[in-house]
Design a binder for this molecule. Sequence first.
Ligand code: ACO
Ligand code: LMR
Length: 264
Amino acid sequence: GKVRAPTHIISTISDDRGEEPCYGGVPMSSIVEQGLCVGDVISLLWFKRSLPRYCTRFIEICVLLCADHGPCVSGAHNSIVTARAGKDLVSCLVSGLLTIGPRFGGAVDDAARYFKDAYDRGLTPYEFVESMKKKGIRVPGIGHRIKRGDNRDKRVEILQLYARDNFPSVKYMEYAVQVETYTLSKANNLVLNVDGAIGTLFLDLLAGSGMFTKPEIDEIVEIGYLNGLFVLARSIGLIGHTFDQKRLKQPLYRHPWEDVLYTK
Ligand code: ACO
Ligand code: LMR
């Protein structure tokens, strides 16, 4: 009989063997003919299903809003310095991407994990925040270097407004708003940030769309898909900053001595 040689790779998201490549079983021509967009492609390749339009539009809004946040933030700064050192596009991009993590842009998954756990366990905002404090963990998704209670992050407002108008349920978002009310009563910089907004709203998307089983939601949160949204989005801006520096023919960057406290 025939012996099937064991494969070295298992893959389930796309297939390029036929006449045309398919994303999640959908041929590319059909993606184009149906007028699908990047949110649809993300849902096919990451979540392996076609999500309703209100979900794919939400994914796209996340990408639009996180594409850039000026030259001064960690990621852009690294890309700018790298571009000015004469490095190639990929080096500039990854040097910016490498700053994405628990403090900057990469708190989306942890925000989803901690807020989900707290909400599902029925913790009040007070109990949640104070239990994190006892453990010595900053609440992921809370706090910002420049945003304040009286100078909120417009991106958070836009995402929440969209979800209120389009999502069947926004229970995790409402919980995040209550948590923010409590943290703001402690300090004016402890706003719900864009990572926290995306993390909690994505929980609402996953739970409210009826497209995911509970184990699937747990797996998405556990594996950590959601930082991918920020990584993907911010790549657009980091590439932009790289081209900008090269176009402007900026010289090698050297930080000014006056801005360093030399001490023993
Ligand atoms: N939870 C609880 N307390 C906090 C938090 C938080 N998330 N953030 C700040 N604080 C409190 C703490 O008491 C902190 O003191 P500590 O250093 O002893 O812990 C105090 O505020 C002072 O904080 P700062 O150092 O002034 O805050 P900073 O402006 O440096 O930090 C940051 C901003 C890094 C975003 C911070 O709030 C944080 O770590 N948040 C959680 C991670 C997160 O959500 N990052 C994503 C930010 S949005 C983005 O990058 C696109
Ligand atoms: C960003 O999106 O890069 C910002 O929220 C981070 C910052 O420091 O402003």
